[in-house]
Design a protein. Structure first.
Length: 239
């Protein structure tokens, strides 16, 4: 159970410790820092989907990003960026050439930021000798990046689970391609709605979601392990 509890204990322990030393500024500062972190992280997250696809050998043709996240500026730098999205952002045009490995890398690559930067900085912000405005601002700024795996359970991590589960199902002669996607609610409505209910689809979607939940919390746990390694490496040694 510790695997599933750690993100919440880190969050609540950090909030309790840091807000105590900042006073009345705590909530406004946290909200502003979190909004700034979200605004920067979202387009970077979407770009890393595209970069993960290219790293895996996939072809990227279209990345939709909402204008509020600087899509027009990014379009001048990356020709595959399209201004406007039904979500904050979504990689809608990519071809993995049949490689599930490339597909998985495409989906997972943004969470390297959570492992290497987000979670370690979140933990570091809560361990400074004394709470301060700077540590509170850092905590809020990196919170979206650190918590991205948990917030993406119904999206990217469901999709990762669906890639694995549908591939396993194919080995058993069950077609599960319709289970794949980055919006579990939309997939449930599309696959199980309209009188097309089937037990294999229900089982496949449920298994994909459960696996996605485990993968999301495991990703946070890896980031926590990185934070521990960094803390040990920077700890002063006795002469």
């Amino acid at each position: 159970m510790r695997l599933f509890a750690t993100p919440f204990t880190d969050l609540f322990a950090g909030l309790q410790r840091l807000t105590g030393g900042v006073g009345a500024l705590a909530l406004p500062l946290l909200l502003v820092a979190c909004a700034a972190g979200w605004w920067i992280y979202v387009p970077l997250h979407e770009l890393m989907h595209a970069w993960g696809a290219q790293l895996g050998g996939a072809t990227v043709t279209r990345l939709d990003i909402d204008p509020i996240y600087g899509a027009r500026l990014l379009q001048r730098i990356f020709p595959y960026v399209h201004v406007g999205s039904a979500y904050a952002g979504q990689l809608t045009g990519f071809d993995t050439h049949g490689s599930d490995l490339a597909y998985g890398l495409t989906v997972f690559f943004p969470f390297v930021l959570s492992i290497a930067i987000g979670v370690p900085l979140l933990v570091r912000a809560t361990r400074v000798p004394a709470s301060s405005i700077a540590s509170m601002a850092l905590f809020g700024f990196v919170l979206p990046m650190a918590w991205a795996p948990i917030l993406s359970i119904g999206g990217d991590f469901y999709e990762l689970g669906a890639i694995a589960v549908s591939r396993a199902a194919a080995m058993l002669g069950v077609e599960g391609r319709d289970w794949r996607g980055d919006d579990v609610v939309a997939i449930i409505g599309r696959t199980l709605g309209g009188g097309a209910f089937s037990w294999p689809d229900l089982a496949g979607i449920a298994a994909s979601l459960l696996l996605g939940i485990v993968l999301a919390f495991a990703t946070y746990a890896v980031g926590r392990a990185v934070a521990s390694i960094l803390a040990r490496s920077t700890r002063p040694h006795a002469p």
